[in-house]
Design a protein around this ligand. Structure first.
Ligand code: NAD
Length: 440
């Protein structure tokens, strides 16, 4: 059952590598090495044995594929993709698929590990996985994207399924892509298999409330943190890095649910700031027309890096990894950080933020709303009975609140930061399941 295949890849023992470009020297972080460092820290806190630790530190299975896609110009272009199934002790693996030009297998491994801890932390009967394709969807036509999405499923269908591994959307993938993937899998299986992916359109077995679930879940944890910290969210100022699914809904819902003031947002083109507050819908409309938040009238242009250091109550990284490092952590002024992005903070930065007394709600807690509603989607697909949106919100609120308080209790009990506490809760459950199954 446990297939801990060593597939001949080298794990980097250092988390920071130096990439030499033609003209410049650039520091980059290896996200999977960061995951391993976080896990090593957890193994030390929990006093895990070497055999348990050695199972947890590597993916259970990973699939590497090449994807020759006929492009609109008649030529064939070969893309490279991955699916990593990290650990299935608690159930079938689950995790999104990213389409991104900078995708690497180490990022996918890291994201698959975080999915394992996330599902465990939320008490979902699921393990963790993740997928990715190195491509730039912004430069591809709809037809090219459809062919790529269908081919991805054709190449991995043997290793996925409602009881095996269930993909979902992530950066630059969306419900339409999930619909194509579900359809391709169903064609191969020769029957409708709506449960093979989540994040589908409503008409094809999607769940009400999945669209804004990641941001909503994160804001439910902010609500709990605010009670703990005595913060009135009605007067809170918020800066958000990234204005895609997670970032846009975070802005919209923070205003709707709490009446908070969004003062800065950014995307891959740069950022905008207005001390008097920004209107999330106006920004979204501008981004729809101009493909960026930049240039909205009445706003000051800032960089995405400057946004991180603005004097706000709440900072929400909602884009990509490693944006809070030892270089800028000292300058962060927010009282609370909600990590909607996966892996936005490096371990060195974590130490700095903890010493500064900043309350960090770590990624695999803060952004767990997405997979939680994906799990609700799986339940609804299985029972063929669909819940109301209010029902989804209320169940999500309960789940996020329970997870937040389990982490807060562990942080107090073990006298560790919130990320270490989240690891303690999540990894303990995975270890317990592995022991019960006789893997160790
Ligand atoms: P998305 O593709 O909808 O949006 C990503 C946004 O980030 C875009 O606005 C893009 O312009 C912006 N961006 C890219 N590079 C940037 C940079 N250097 N500076 C500022 N902004 C930049 O993706 P998403 O689904 O919103 O995911 C965002 C993050 O949230 C990712 O880390 C993802 O793994 C995580 N997450 C998403 C979900 C989900 O359900 N969507 C669930 C859990 C975690």
């Amino acid at each position: 059952m446990a297939e801990y295949a060593r597939v001949g890849f080298l794990f980097l023992n250092f988390r920071r590598i130096t990439k030499m470009g033609m003209e410049q020297k650039e520091d980059v972080y290896n996200t999977f090495s960061i995951v391993q460092e976080q896990l090593a820290d957890c193994a030390r806190i929990l006093n895990l044995s070497e055999d348990i630790y050695s199972i947890l530190r590597s993916p259970m299975r990973e699939i590497h594929i090449s994807l020759p896609v006929k492009m609109d110009n008649g030529k064939t272009k070969v893309f490279h993709g991955f699916r990593v199934q990290y650990n299935n002790a608690l159930g079938p693996t689950k995790g999104g698929i990213r389409f991104h030009p900078d995708e690497t297998v180490d990022t996918v491994r890291a994201l698959a590990a975080w999915m394992t801890w996330k599902c465990s932390l939320l008490n979902l009967p699921l393990g963790g996985g993740k997928g990715g394709v190195i491509c730039n969807p912004k430069e591809m036509s709809e037809g090219e994207l459809e062919r790529l999405s269908r081919l991805y499923i054709e190449k991995i269908w043997k290793y996925i399924g409602p009881d095996e591994d269930i993909p979902a959307p992530d950066v630059y993938t969306n419900p339409q892509i999930m619909a194509w993937m579900m359809d391709e899998y169903s064609k191969i299986a020769q029957k409708n298999q709506f449960g093979v992916v989540t994040g589908k359109p409503l008409l094809l077995g999607g769940s009400p409330g999945r669209g804004d679930a990641t941001a909503r879940g994160g804001l439910y944890t902010l609500r709990e943190a605010a009670k703990e910290l005595g913060m009135d969210l009605g007067y809170a100022t918020i800066a958000i890095q990234g204005y895609g699914n997670a970032g846009y809904y975070a802005a919209k819902l923070a205003k709707e649910l709490f009446g908070s003031k969004i003062v800065a947002v950014s995307d891959s083109q740069g950022g905008i700031y207005n001390a008097d507050g920004l209107d999330p819908e106006e920004i979204q409309e501008h981004k729809r027309k101009k493909s960026s938040v930049v240039g909205l009238s009445g706003t000051k242009r800032i960089t995405s890096e400057e946004l991180m250091e603005i004097d706000v109550d709440v900072l929400i990284p909602a884009a990509l990894e490693n944006v809070i490092t030892e270089k800028n952590a000292h300058n962060i002024k927010a009282k609370v950080i909600i990590e909607l992005a996966n892996g936005p903070t490096t371990p060195d930065a974590d130490d700095i933020l903890y010493k500064k007394g900043i309350h960090v709600i770590p990624d695999f807690l803060a952004n767990a709303g997405g997979v939680t509603v994906s799990y609700f989607e799986m339940v609804q697909n299985l029972t063929m009975y669909y819940w109301s949106e209010e029902d989804v919100h209320s169940r999500l609120s309960d789940k996020m609140s329970q997870a937040y308080h389990s982490v807060l209790s562990a942080a107090k009990q073990y006298r560790v930061n919130m990320r270490q506490a989240a690891y303690v809760v999540a990894v303990s459950r995975v270890v317990e399941a592995m022991k019960m199954r006789g893997w160790i």
